[in-house]
Design a binder for this molecule. Structure first.
Ligand code: RB5
Length: 149
């Protein structure tokens, strides 16, 4: 199950991506917003990311105008590693090397075609583990207030 969230600027792209997920038979839960009415992205970011942290969803796909504001909100949720991506390489390697569990897309940055490619590679790339796990563990340590230096 994939968690979806957006603000008003991200709403149209989220709807496009829902059609893509339907075509791939990928199940999702939409945590809003549900119209182009003005909506603050932190609310849907927190709802969708809480579902990931609780294990109700495996990953989140979030959408705002730039992908940045909603990624900042997402990264405040403990256990979330969110990446705002607008190129294929980053969307792939934030899974392979960062074990990102949240992809954030900017509806004013990427078109629907590219967004589908980014979602596809993000959902289909495995974390490589190994030396990268050490770095993820350090990110978690920072989250838990540990000093690394
Ligand atoms: C909304 O106008 C816009 O600021 C928001 O979607 C996002 O781009 C913020 O990072």
């Amino acid at each position: 199950m994939i968690a979806l969230g957006c603000d008003h600027a991200g709403f149209p792209l989220k709807e496009e991506i829902k059609q893509y997920l339907d075509s791939q038979n990928i199940a999702y839960h939409d945590y809003g917003c549900y119209s182009p009415e003005r909506f603050n992205y932190a609310v849907s970011a927190q709802k969708a990311c809480d579902a990931v942290v609780k294990g109700e969803c495996s990953k989140a796909l979030l959408f705002c105008g730039t992908g940045i504001g909603i990624s900042m909100a997402a990264n405040k949720v403990k256990g979330i590693r969110a990446a705002a991506c607008s190129d294929y390489f980053s969307a792939k390697y934030t899974r392979a090397h960062n074990d990102a569990n949240c992809l954030c897309l900017g509806a004013r940055v990427v078109g629907a075609g590219l967004a589908e490619e980014l979602v596809s590679v993000f959902l289909n790339t495995e974390f490589e583990g190994g030396r990268h796990q050490t770095r993820i563990d350090q990110i978690t340590d920072i989250e838990n207030g540990k000093k690394l230096y």
